[in-house]
Design a protein around this ligand. Structure first.
Ligand SMILES: Nc1nc2c(ncn2[C@@H]2O[C@H](COP(=O)(O)OP(=O)(O)OP(=O)(O)O)[C@@H](O)[C@H]2O)c(=O)[nH]1
Ligand SMILES: [Zn+2]
Length: 228
């Protein structure tokens, strides 16, 4: 099987990772988790031209050594940072759903997030804590973190990011409840504008059982507990 025969336009990094795993299985296990970055040539070219113009308008000499490859680097960086549009998060969850009669809280906490503020195109970053109470079906733990990544790697506001993760898990797994808390620092509030260096924004969204005080309190207590 030739890996590169699969590398079609618009294929997400997630899909390419999966293909890489398939291609390498039984051939060379040391490369199974190799990450391959593939960028759309036309998009890269067009973005590069635009970033070149931006640098020129900002008064930079784009032909100087340090900058001559910068438009292309930024074009690729932006495609990486916004790759979340190309992956279906429902498909990710569905790829690892298992029948299991466990009806207690499952929490994946401290999932690091890097997202982009849709107002200033500056990063916001921090941690997501996600919990659900299965109703006969569980999902692979890594899939929860993958879903977080897919929504984070888009232009976002923190509130929408929080709710999209919650809705996706609720609608796909149909658990007894979902809880999502995100704590993040916004560079648009630190590097510019109001320039507050230490403010953290917390957003939360809950469904089902987590709307009851006792369940929500247990979740908050568990995500606040530090492992030593
Ligand atoms: N609710 C919310 N607001 C955000 C988020 N990220 C950035 N913002 C805010 O978006 C707002 C945009 O406000 P504007 O007044 O249009 O933009 P601005 O003139 O650059 O505002 P300042 O940042 O106050 O200088 C700012 O208050 C930002 O702090 C987010 O994830 N959620
Ligand atoms: Zn912003």
């Amino acid at each position: 099987m030739n890996l590169f025969s699969f590398l079609k336009k618009n294929q997400s990094l997630y899909e390419i990772n999966e293909i890489t795993k398939m291609c390498n299985s039984g051939i060379n296990h040391s490369n199974v988790y190799e990450r391959i970055e593939v960028f759309d040539e036309e998009v890269t070219e067009e973005l590069s031209q635009n970033y070149k113009n931006i640098l020129q308008v900002l008064g930079e000499d784009v032909s100087r050594e340090g900058l001559n490859k910068t438009p292309e680097r930024v074009a690729k960086a932006m495609q990486f940072l916004l790759q979340g549009y190309k992956t279906d998060p429902v498909e990710i969850l569905r790829s690892a759903m298992f029948k299991e009669d466990y009806r207690q809280m499952v929490i994946v906490k401290d999932i690091e997030i890097y997202s982009m503020c849709e107002h200033h195109l500056l990063p916001f970053f921090g941690k997501a804590h996600v919990a659900y109470i299965p109703n006969g079906t569980i999902t692979g733990l890594s899939k929860i973190a993958r879903v977080v990544d897919v929504f984070a790697r888009r232009l976002q506001v923190q509130e929408r990011l929080t709710s999209q993760i919650k809705d996706c898990i609720q609608d796909t797994l149909k658990p007894l409840g979902v809880a999502v808390v995100i704590e993040a620092q916004h560079l648009c509030m630190q590097m510019r504008g109001i320039q507050k260096q230490h403010s953290i924004t917390t957003t939360s969204d809950f469904t089902g059982a987590f709307q009851k005080d006792a369940t929500r309190d247990e979740f908050i207590k568990l995500i606040s507990t530090k492992f030593s």
